[in-house]
Design a protein around this ligand. Structure first.
Ligand SMILES: *[C@@H]1O[C@H](CO)[C@@H](O)[C@H](O)[C@H]1NC(C)=O
Ligand SMILES: *[C@@H]1O[C@H](CO)[C@@H](O)[C@H](O)[C@H]1NC(C)=O
Ligand SMILES: *[C@@H]1O[C@H](CO)[C@@H](O)[C@H](O)[C@H]1NC(C)=O
Length: 278
């Protein structure tokens, strides 16, 4: 165990030392190569900037997606609860009937409801998982060591500097572009899928129990439902956020306080917040 540990530490040091040597190939250059060292530092700055922005974009896209999904999850749960309690209330007075005047007992209707409510819940979990995996798989694949090949151009200072600057332009070419496009595409697609899964609940219920909503007099999952209007409005903001060039993070700014209220203070305060702000 101890032996392995020592070996491991030695390997690790070797790795660090070689990396150190690589990255100082240009840094220890003679002062007379002023142009080269200038180009080198510029390339390094652009490289580091690119990596920082890339990581930031990944973090922000994840946290924004999570916020959106948290909000829809809470609203979905409220609407689901509304449906369940409406059923319980209704059954205290009378029974639901299907079109053949068949009396649907409470157990049956609860099964039907859960069957129709599983769609949005599963979709939300699926989207969260998929988006996280996708972002995790994105990596800044630029490699700073590519400037080292410019060392071969020495002692011709101009050629070496030119070579490094060429690498710098490549570093600067926003690696982010492909990530930004994917994030924009995926947020739109996921929002559409989540939205569709919510709108599928009423047809599902009406399929099993015709005139379900008319019999029960609830508006959960319909356009008249306050929560659905919140879903719609938040979705519009979520999908129109700009991700390119220090994008405007409108969604977290606008919806963060409501999400916090819903999470921390619960439904009643959340509804009050919705009524005051929408
Ligand atoms: C880096 O990219 C920015 C934005 O695209 C551009 O304004 C700048 O001139 C570029 N710098 C270099 C050294 O390529
Ligand atoms: C959703 O929001 C858009 C834009 O604000 C609005 O035009 C549309 O009527 C809304 N739809 C529903 C169902 O609330
Ligand atoms: C959600 O889906 C409904 C029904 O298809 C549609 O009317 C509504 O505009 C959609 N909302 C958004 C924000 O796309």
């Amino acid at each position: 165990m101890h032996k392995y540990f020592v070996k491991y530490v030695i390997c690790f040091c070797l790795l660090l030392c070689t990396q150190e040597m690589n990255s100082t190939k240009f840094e220890t250059l003679d002062k007379r190569y002023h142009l080269v060292s200038e180009a080198y530092h510029r390339a390094k700055t652009l490289f580091i900037q690119g990596r920082t922005q890339y990581d930031k974009l990944k973090e922000r896209s994840l946290s924004t997606m999570d916020m959106f999904l948290d909000l829809v999850e809470i609203l979905n749960e409220h609407m689901s609860q509304e449906l369940r309690s409406a059923i319980v209330k209704y059954y205290k007075i009378k029974f639901l009937h299907d079109f053949n005047n068949y009396v649907i007992n409470m157990e049956e209707i609860m099964d039907i409801i859960e069957h129709c409510l599983i769609g949005p819940t599963e979709k939300l979990a699926f989207v969260r998982n998929q988006f996280h995996n996708m972002i995790k798989n994105f990596e800044d694949v630029r490699n700073f060591d590519t400037v080292d090949k410019c060392h071969d151009e020495l002692p011709d200072e101009v050629s070496a500097a030119h070579c490094i600057l060429h690498q710098a332009v490549l570093f600067n070419e926003t690696m982010q572009d492909s990530l930004v496009s994917i994030v924009e595409m995926k947020t739109k697609q996921h929002a559409r899928d989540v939205n569709a899964s919510l709108y599928e609940v009423p047809p599902c219920l009406n399929y099993f129990v015709p005139h379900f909503f008319n019999q029960l007099l609830v508006d959960s999952f319909s356009d008249n439902c306050e929560f659905m209007r919140v879903v719609n409005a938040s979705m519009v903001d979520f999908t129109s956020d700009k991700w390119r060039n220090n994008f405007e993070a409108l969604f977290p700014k606008k919806w963060g306080p409501l999400i916090l209220t819903l999470k921390e203070k619960g439904k009643t305060q959340g509804i009050k917040y919705i009524q005051e702000h929408t």
